[in-house]
Design a protein around this ligand. Sequence first.
Ligand SMILES: [Zn+2]
Length: 88
Amino acid sequence: MTHHDHDRRECRSLFEQLSEYMDGELRESACSRFDEHFRDCPRCEQFVEQMRKAVRLVEGMPCPKLPDEVRRALLASAEALDDSANPS
Ligand SMILES: [Zn+2]
C-alpha cells in the first residue's frame, strides 16, 4: 500500500463525516482532524470550500440540513477520489 493510497483513504473517511462537519455536529477533536487533513490535501480543502458555498444557499431554505442530493454527491466524490488513486 502506497502513502498516496493511504491519503485517499483518509479523504474518503473524512468525506463520510463531511455533512456532520458542515452541520457543526462534530466534536472539536473530529473537526481538527479535518483541519489537519486540509493542510496536507488542498484538493479536499477546495472541495469543502465549494460545498460550503452550496450549504450557504441551502441555509436560506426552510430545511437547513444538507439535502440527500448533496450527501450523494459527497459520497460519489469520495469514490472518485478512490478511483483516481487506483486507476486500474
Ligand atoms: Zn483529502
